[in-house]
Design a protein around this ligand. Structure first.
Ligand SMILES: Nc1nc2c(ncn2[C@@H]2O[C@H](COP(=O)(O)O[C@H]3[C@@H](O)[C@H](n4cnc5c(=O)[nH]c(N)nc54)O[C@@H]3COP(=O)(O)O)[C@@H](O)[C@H]2O)c(=O)[nH]1
Length: 898
């Protein structure tokens, strides 16, 4: 199968398109809502503005009416005054029979001339009869419209003209006229009052007209007498075109319909003058009236625009977020669904839980909103029934709290995982579960896997790894993992802790003599006995071989540890009954115990173990079957031993060893039969060091091997030297440590030295202590036999101390039994010593072995031995161990007895 390059795949946008199609509602909901809100906003704004406008317009109309009424009243009063004045002048003139002069009237105060541009009376021909203004040139007004009217009409009504240039005043004036009559009622002339047109529009100065208001004084004939536009000094008539209609004869409102010369729209109100054939017209400029509206309109538009922009922005953001949320939810659902399907056939239970919160947003419970069949089956339910259940439906009390705690941690941190040991009262039928909680969106995705079987296996493996297979006690591995925890506890609780290192004494002996199976049985019994004397809380561990440790926790004194150590010593001192074939044998061992105490002997695991080991070593090197507490002087001893070990290594390198020789003679004759080689260490500072001071250390450190080889080689060299000197040599016996047999090289190295120095095997003999032989017989038997077969005689040294069995000695085909000097020293002190010797001599004879008495120091001892038929003797009485140079002379002697 070849993988396609990423670029080979067409970019598939269909999932997104289909998502958008499915969630079209989300896509259009917010913009649509925003558009509706915007429309509402604009509607409200415009409705308010229109309302404001309407109110303004209504107010304007009312205002126009009230102004027109006031103007009508004003004009009515003014015209009444003019009419009154005209009546008075007419009356005065008619009474004076045409002789009333204005100079006289002005002089009498009957005529207030300054308010008029001119006052004049014209005769029937239209020529001035009397005037308030001097006539400079004769003229006639007979062509004037008012003159013609009065001349031909009997009417006495007051007439007011449109503005015109007065022939008398030469000014632009409005002429107020009245017919004058003779007594018989015939036409007598015309009274003309000339007034400036502004007289009729003084009212227009009232600021309530506004900047572009219109004011007009109009006759019922539809002809404007005077009109004034505020702020304009032009002739009103030229500015205004106002065709009169019947309805204008009364108070009226005409809105937005009239176009005046300024092209403005006005709110018009007309008002009829009472008693006169005139009416007034007041027009308030729409521009003035609607100025606040226009201002508000701009402001409100801005606000609405800003609001619309905000709404659109919000809607876009909301749409984007809701679509994104829906997309993420769809993805999460898809993942969840995929996971559920994927886990459906598997071993994992899968659940989606949603938290249930209280008023304070604290999670109080969880509800299952999805799961797979496996998940439901953990609770012995079907998926359908399990979906919708709450955690509290299954758990309560402390158990519920624990489950909720884990869930809450997962909700807070996003993840929780553990191996969970299912409590016995759980509804889940499993011993162990692997729980994984992952926070997903608002809930928790949970997987549960039954890991009871792997856990059982793990536990078994762990048991095997931490348990000693033979005794079922915890092993070293467990010990090393448990001790740090125990130490931490002790530190935390400020209590004492004791570590007891137990090493069985002489266990190897049992193993070697009775076999490994017997040794195993003994170890099991030791384990049982140890447990029997310990408290349940104490830990006993088999470290390996015949070594055990005990951990005593929470002790309060050293005495407590001492008490238990003593009990262990006692219980292990009891004989062990070990079945052998059909019978059983009782064996005695014992143990050496080293004790270290926390905190006194160390603060850490390593130090405490090391110090318990040192204490045990000290117990072992002292008299066995004891316990010892660690103290720092033990450490000094160890240091000294280490130092000596280093010096021994140096001694080997520098050949600081000497061989002393001690003769062995025939008991009856004193004839030299053999010589024992005894090592000495010529120490550079300590002088001549005896073997008891370094052999055991050499054995423990393994240095006994090179030292042993060195001794054999030196002896062979000496034998060769004596032979070369013509000395008639006798066999020389060499002490061999059982430790040398561990490497199986004894025979090889002896053979090599014999060959090197050309010495026959018959001149070399080896001595092996009885106890060493008995302890290690398994290891040394074959090699000892091989050495024997080379023709090298084997002596059993220190006989009487090692509990050897006669049959074994027979099997090993030993040549000489050297009875320990402890028995020799008893000779002459009672019958027991002699009885022992007699028995040994007869037994040895029966086995074909010769008997040597060691440590013969007195003549009396010699005599006794002679009477007891002991074959040979060795001791200071005969000769001390001497350097090789001194031995040659001795060899030549026939009788070595003094
Ligand atoms: N593995 C090796 N062990 C050796 C070697 N050389 C010696 N040894 C062992 O060391 C022990 C002590 O030996 P040493 O101090 O040399 O003592 C020997 C004699 O000096 C002593 N002896 C001899 N006669 C008398 C006596 O009349 N009285 C008395 N109190 N002591 C006497 O006895 C020791 C010899 O004993 P044994 O070996 O049992 O014959 C000693 O155990 C040696 O075995 C060596 O090279 N390798």
């Amino acid at each position: 199968m070849h993988a396609k390059n990423q670029g080979d795949y067409p970019r598939d946008s269909s999932p997104k398109i289909s998502f958008i199609q499915r969630h079209l509602r989300l896509v259009i909901l917010w913009p649509l809502s925003a558009l509706l809100l915007i429309a509402l906003l604009w509607g409200v704004v415009y409705s308010k503005l229109e309302n404001d406008k309407k109110i303004l317009q209504e107010n304007a109309a009312k205002q126009a009416v009230s102004i027109s009424k006031a103007y009508a009243q004003y004009l009515t009063r003014s015209i009444e005054q003019l009419d009154q004045l005209a009546q008075q002048i007419k009356y005065g003139w008619e009474q004076s029979k045409g002789y009333l002069g204005f100079e006289e009237m002005i002089g009498k105060g009957l005529l207030n001339v300054p308010q008029f541009s001119s006052v004049a009376i014209y005769d029937v021909d239209g020529r001035p009869l009397t005037t308030s203004v001097p006539v400079t040139q004769m003229f006639t007004v007979s062509d004037r419209e008012y003159f013609k009217f009065h001349a031909h009409n009997m009417s006495t009504e007051l007439r007011i003209s449109t503005p015109t240039i007065g022939r008398l005043s030469k000014e632009r004036i409005v002429q107020v006229t009245r017919r004058l009559e003779n007594e018989d009622g015939t036409f007598a002339g015309v009274l003309v009052l000339g007034l400036a047109p502004e007289f009729f529009t003084l009212f227009a100065d009232d600021p309530i007209l506004g900047h572009d208001g219109v004011l007009a004084f109009i006759g019922n004939d539809g002809v404007e007498r005077v009109a004034q536009m505020r702020g304009r000094k032009n002739d009103a008539l030229s500015l205004v075109s106002f065709p009169l209609r019947p309805e204008h004869s009364a108070s009226n409102i005409v809105s937005n319909t009239r176009q005046y010369a300024d092209t403005d729209t006005h709110f018009i109100a007309t008002q009829k003058l009472k008693g006169y054939p005139f009416f007034v017209m007041v027009g308030l400029s729409k521009e003035d009236i609607l100025l606040p509206y226009e201002n508000n309109l701009a402001l409100y538009r801005k606000i609405a625009l800003f609001g619309s922009a905000l709404l659109l922005l919000f809607a876009t953001a909301a749409m984007w977020m809701s679509v994104r949320l829906a997309w993420r939810k769809q993805q999460a659902d898809a993942i969840r669904e995929t996971y559920r399907i994927a886990t459906e056939g598997g071993n994992e239970g899968f659940y989606i839980l949603l938290p249930m919160r209280d008023r304070n947003e604290f999670i109080t419970d969880f509800q299952v909103v999805d799961c797979n069949e496996k998940g439901a089956s953990f609770y012995n339910m079907s998926k359908d029934k399990f979906t919708g259940v709450k955690v509290s439906d299954f758990y309560s009390g402390e158990y519920f709290d624990k489950v909720m705690q884990a869930y809450r941690i997962a909700m807070e941190t996003g993840f929780f995982e553990d191996d969970y040991q299912v409590p016995a009262d759980s509804p889940i039928d499993a011993e162990w579960l692997k729980r994984k909680f992952v926070r997903s969106d608002n809930g928790l995705a949970i997987t549960l896997r039954d890991i009871s079987e792997p856990k059982r296996h793990e536990r078994e493996m762990s048991r095997l790894a931490t348990e000693d297979g033979l005794t079922a006690l915890p092993n070293r591995h467990w010990f090393m993992s448990y001790l740090p925890k125990a130490l931490e506890n002790a530190k935390a609780n400020a209590t004492m802790l004791a570590i007891l290192f137990i090493d069985l004494d002489d266990f190897k002996n049992v193993n070697d003599t009775l076999g490994h199976s017997a040794g195993d049985q003994l170890l099991c019994t030791v384990a049982k006995r140890l447990r029997s004397v310990l408290r349940p809380s104490d830990k006993v561990i088999r470290i390996g071989g015949d070594e055990f440790t005990v951990i005593l926790e929470a002790i309060h004194s050293e005495e407590e540890a001492a008490h238990i150590a003593h009990a262990i010593n006692q219980v292990l001192r009891e004989p062990f009954e070990i079945p052998r074939d059909t019978t059983s044998q009782k064996n005695r061992i014992g143990c050496s115990i080293g004790i270290s105490i926390f905190p006194r002997d160390g603060q850490d695991v390593e130090t405490l173990i090391k110090n318990a080991d040192i204490a045990m070593y000290a117990a072992k090197t002292g008299s066995k079957g004891q316990f010892r507490f660690y103290d720092h002087t033990l450490y000094e001893d160890i240091k000294m031993r280490l130092n000596t070990e280093q010096e021994l290594q140096q001694a080997i390198k520098e050949d600081q060893f000497l061989i002393y020789y001690q003769p062995r003679v025939q008991t009856q004759t004193g004839k030299l039969l053999g010589i024992e080689a005894l090592i000495r260490w010529q120490h550079p500072t300590r002088g001549l060091v005896l073997p008891n001071d370094f052999i055991s250390l050499a054995e423990e450190s393994g240095l006994i091997n090179p030292i042993g080889e060195l001794v054999v080689d030196k002896v062979c060299a000496q034998l060769a030297s004596w032979r070369k000197q013509g000395v008639e040599v006798v066999p020389v016996s060499v002490n061999v440590s059982p430790h040398q047999f561990n490497e199986g090289k004894v025979k090889k190295s002896i053979a090599a030295s014999l060959a090197k120095h050309g010495i026959p095997a018959s001149l070399l003999e080896i001595e092996l202590t009885e106890s060493a032989m008995m302890r290690n017989i398994g290891d040394i038997f074959d090699e000892l036999t091989a050495i024997n077969e080379m023709g090298i005689k084997v002596h059993v040294d220190d006989f009487g101390t090692g509990y050897s069995s006669l049959s074994l000695l027979q099997r090993l085909d030993m040549d000489i039994l050297k009875i320990d000097q402890a028995f020799t020293s008893q000779l002459g002190r009672g019958k027991d010593g002699e009885i022992f010797f007699t028995a040994i001599v007869s037994m040895a004879k029966a086995l074909g072995m010769r008997v040597v008495a060691e440590g013969v120091e007195t003549l009396e001892q010699l005599h006794i031995l002679q009477t007891l038929s002991c074959d040979e003797v060795q001791g200071y009485y005969v000769a001390w161990p001497l350097p090789a140079d001194n031995i040659a002379d001795i060899i030549r002697k026939q009788n070595l007895f003094p």
